[in-house]
Design a binder for this molecule. Sequence first.
Ligand code: AMP
Length: 112
Amino acid sequence: MTIFEKIIAKEIPADILYEDDTCLCFQDIAPQAPTHLLVIPKEPIPRIAKATPEHQSLLGHLLLTAQQVAQQQDFAESGYRLVINNGKDGGEEVPHLHIHILAGRQLLWPPG
Ligand code: AMP
């Protein structure tokens, strides 16, 4: 069981901003920007590479949830970045699909 499954099961605490039947949004424990949130599906899909056409609606819901949280938390206007790290070269550490939401400062490109 990954750390994110433990957060979903409420076995370990997280600062949760949004939750519904299929996903969760919470604060990243090691923020890389003034605002750093994670949106995760409750279904334990290990990474985007493991998603299938059956997940099409769920994947869309995760993106729309990120958009909604950005509006609710008032950084939609100033801007934000959504990131999905996939596999070793992508920098993935937790093998449970998650979308990073980064905001609150001018982000650099290329990301390094
Ligand atoms: P990734 O490198 O894309 O797999 O991102 C994993 C993210 O999970 C990192 O940004 C971590 O800081 C974050 N993280 C790890 N453990 C926790 C936790 N218990 N609560 C919140 N965020 C976490």
